[in-house]
Ligand binder design. Structure first.
Ligand code: PLP
Length: 498
């Protein structure tokens, strides 16, 4: 199976190339030429399989230039070597009949990004072996908080690889900042930038696609790649957990083969929900894809109106990993829904960067409405949801998950649709102890760890060891740079002079 660029369908690369390169040279994103099918027959064989086997089956369908052994080895190293604190890797938690939370935060950094970033380094190593001629791979990451830490943890001390992470100085939680600043490893660097996530992402994309910088790197035996969800290697592992959740529902008898489910996904860059869309296209019986946003409701408005308009105020919210106004992966959906019309996608993306707005054709809007429902909530509604879920079910969820639950509840109330629904739980509540404590109406005092302790005493929910273990660690990375300096910072760190 080959991959093509959303902005130039004539560009065709293998999966290995798509993964090592990260983004196509003209700025487009790589997508598979066609979406492989997961038959009911195959799905049935996965019901009694473990997560590694489920992942091996799904990944094998997309990574056709990997041998079966290579795929199996990557999934084993990622999911069966004790890096996840749950044997199920991504367990389903039933809140009530028909309402399930898919816990995606049992990995080393306590957010769902681990689901992909624990395997991406292995996929990258195998891919580089096929394509990169021994060049050192330089991973550049823009992060709204969770990707950065998960990528650092995944790639730390990976052979022949360096990783640099940029995060918005005032746009991440204290716990997230500490996680990144204390990162260990000999090939890692972390920078705060004066700006928001979109600035960081645009800066990184600009460096990636600059031919002059690309040449400088090549001349120095290096090449860039990406660990953001613009990289296909990030998306494909995310398809797995929707398949896995469906298998778990079958296994528990909650549904029968072929029964539809809905999914509700707290969304920022549109990666996680796009993976659910691909799972649906593979044949997984997903009915509605509920796209949940915080106060930065650019996607809610897009799904409801067909116009994407980023010209609006940017809000810093209690769900910072979704504080995004440019949702990169929407481009992949548009490409698919426009009948793979690279010209149409290029035009919309050019409009987005020139004016901040684009409108999709009526037939695309109709498809979007058919596939998706959209909902959003502000910080107060997020906090109310955390409290209500805790009071009703004794279940403590984080701010991002709460946005997903809110959007689901609202959708259900408005439509009366009682299809069993899986809500993606994207972070452990202790990543955001101040907001979660506040939601439970508790006066928060002291540092992040005191707050975590207080939350633990109130709720008895377990504090994940990777978070409590940060206490007393000395930050290694404290540099802050302007968004205009990113290019110089990168070249400098690589010891490349212009
Ligand atoms: C990244 C992130 C999201 C948003 O995921 P996208 O793939 O960017 O849509 C939601 N919640 C948390 C906790 C995250 O880290």
């Amino acid at each position: 199976m080959m991959y093509q660029s959303t902005r130039n369908s004539a560009v065709k690369v293998s999966a290995a190339q798509a993964i090592t390169q990260g983004i196509s040279r003209e700025g487009g994103l790589f997508v598979p030429e066609e979406i492989p099918v997961l038959s009911a027959e195959e799905l049935r064989t996965l019901v009694d399989a473990d997560y590694v086997q489920r992942a091996t089956c799904v990944l094998g369908k997309f990574l056709t230039d990997f041998s079966a052994e290579e795929v199996a080895e990557c999934t084993r190293l990622a999911y069966a070597t004790g890096r996840f604190r749950s044997e199920a890797v991504a367990p389903l938690h039933e809140l009530e009949t028909g309402k399930y939370v898919l816990e995606l935060w049992h990995g080393p950094t306590c957010a769902f990004k681990d689901m992909a970033l624990q395997i991406l380094p292995h996929l990258m190593r195998v891919s580089a072996g096929k394509t990169s001629d021994g060049k050192e791979i330089v991973i550049l990451v823009a992060t709204s908080g969770d990707t950065g830490k998960a990528a650092l943890e995944g790639f730390r001390d990976a052979e022949n690889t360096r990783i640099m992470v940029f995060y918005p100085e005032c746009g991440v939680s204290e716990m997230q900042k500490l996680q990144m600043a204390t990162q260990e490893g000999n090939n890692v660097a972390v920078y705060a930038i004066r700006g928001n996530f979109d600035d960081a992402q645009s800066g990184v994309k600009a460096i990636f696609t600059n031919p002059e910088i690309g040449k400088l790197l090549a001349d120095n035996g290096k090449m860039f790649s990406s660990a953001n969800s613009i990289n296909w290697g990030r998306l494909v592992p995310q398809i797995v957990y929707y398949v896995s959740a469906y298998c778990d529902l079958l296994k528990s008898g909650a549904i029968a083969m072929g029964d539809p489910i809905n999914v509700s996904v707290p969304t920022g860059n549109f990666g996680d929900i796009l993976a659910a869309y691909y799972a649906k296209k593979m044949g997984l019986p997903i009915a509605k894809l509920i796209c949940a946003s915080n106060r930065n409701r650019v996607l809610t408005d897009f799904i409801r109106t067909g116009t994407y308009d980023r010209n609006r105020d940017f809000y810093t919210t209690t769900s910072p990993s979704m504080d995004i106004l440019i949702s990169s992966n929407l481009e992949r959906l548009l490409y698919d829904l426009c009948g793979r019309d690279d010209k149409a996608v290029s035009k919309m993306m050019a409009d987005l960067s020139a004016t901040g707005v684009y409108t999709v054709p009526a037939e695309v809007k109709a498809q979007v409405e058919e596939l998706f429902a959209a909902g959003c909530c502000d910080d107060e509604q997020t906090a109310d949801t955390i409290r209500q879920v805790y009071e009703k079910y004794g279940y403590l969820c984080d701010t991002h998950t709460a946005v997903g639950i809110y959007a689901y509840e609202e959708y259900r109330a408005q439509t009366g649709d009682t299809t069993p629904t899986v809500i993606a739980s994207t972070a452990n509540p202790y990543k955001f102890p101040a907001s979660v404590l506040g939601a439970l109406c508790a006066e928060a005092t002291g540092d992040e760890f005191a707050k975590a302790e207080q939350l633990h005493e109130m709720t008895d929910a377990e504090i994940p060891a990777p978070l409590s273990g940060l206490r007393g660690k000395t930050p290694r990375f404290t540099d802050v740079c302007d968004k205009t300096e990113m290019r110089a910072v990168v070249l400098n760190a690589l010891g490349i002079t212009e």
